[in-house]
Write a protein that binds this ligand. Sequence first.
Ligand code: ADP
Length: 479
Amino acid sequence: MSQPRYSSYIAGQWLAGAGDHADENPADLDRPVGHYGVLDAAATAQAVDAAAAAFPAWSLSSPQQRAEILDLVGSEILARKEELGRLLAREEGKTLAESIGEAARAGQIFKFFAGEALRIPGEKLASTRPGVEVEITREPVGVVGIIAPWNFPLAIPAWKIAPALAFGNTVVFKPAEIVPGCAWALAEILSRAGLPEGVFNMVLGSGRTVGHALACHPKLDALSFTGSVPTGRALLRQAAERALKVQMEMGGKNPLVVLADAELDKAVECAVNGAFFSTGQRCTASSRLIVEAPVYEAFVARMQARLAMLQVGDPLDPQVHIGPVASAAQLDTDLGYIQAGHEDGAELLAGGGRVERPTRGHFLAPTLFAAQPGHRIAREEIFGPVAAVLRADDYEHALALANGTEFGLCAGICTTSLRHASHFRRHAQAGMVMVNLPTAGVDPHVPFGGRKASSYGPREQGRYAVEFYTTVKTGYTLA
Ligand code: ADP
């Protein structure tokens, strides 16, 4: 069977792009998922021009039309979730069950925002002046650039594209380099859903060329980015120069606190899931397991036993719990941090290296270190199946350790104490707090986002998405 060749989508046309780049399967490097061509800066500029040309009409389109289109997209994604999940598993490497779950979530997100298109909020207030009426309405922002990462190649684009379109914006979507197949699949579905030409565009290519051209285009009105801290900060600096509206989701170094009164088996499940599922490649991954001293040894022993049971391998194999690392570059980063753990004097508790499988792939054993708060593996985002356990003297110490990071995306606690759970929910310096749940795994209809170095700008998802994807107008009328 010939392999698919993924192309870009601009102004209602498919563009092959240059070159024949392999879309790698990280579990089987000898059998790529497909091939793709990349655009240059000039083609990217055309995509923004197309989106700008389509904006005036689309911004005045009927909410009912937008709702129907988004609902159609959501229905198709849901109907094809197994097939899309399979593509995702082969291209990004998360297990088939996780991949199908992600595809379903992408479908649900489109359906949620189909409803939101019909519920654009506004307010009417009495003026301080007699006879005057004040009306607060929301209007679309304009051309929205969407720069997405590879770790949720269907769900993250969905939670940016769906609200952008729902509220009447036009879109140029730039996916991460290593997931062109999922981006193409999403674009292909959107291309048949009844959107006018130029309303949705998808551009394949490198961050440096295509991403840069998109972010710097003068006709761009807003930029939603999810990715690494260095890229996010660079984009933020550029955006500040021209006062571009931005929304940034960057790194995390999420703590999961385990108190002595926790149900230990449940805490271990939260830790295993949060730290290692999806190969640890989630910005909400629990990469710091902060355990109160009385249960520290028991927790570590149970983690070691549990990790020994996890199968690493082909994500399409139903027996496998952890797929490969998504790319050679990410594997290098992960191995570099394992090395840093050894250099800093952390004690290896599980894993620690690559594992051989029948196919050539980026397989890495789930790796756990006993670390000190100053160790690099306990401070910096790794974005792989590598976690650090830290010992805490008591709850206050655990809370201080949990908050002792530049990041603030998600924080979790396992406890049976209502007092500690309530205190932690209030005092954790994070945008999301989990009690007796893994730090990763969020609902699609409520706000997602963090504090400190993790996030910048309005929240994503749920009703709160309206903040970023619309702009407020205050109208005064003397009747
Ligand atoms: P990662 O290291 O996980 O790939 P990045 O932040 O580099 O994270 O990538 C996230 C997204 O940002 C990708 O779509 C990537 O192509 C894009 N990107 C990378 N560099 C730039 C840049 N200089 N300008 C715009 N986009 C970029």
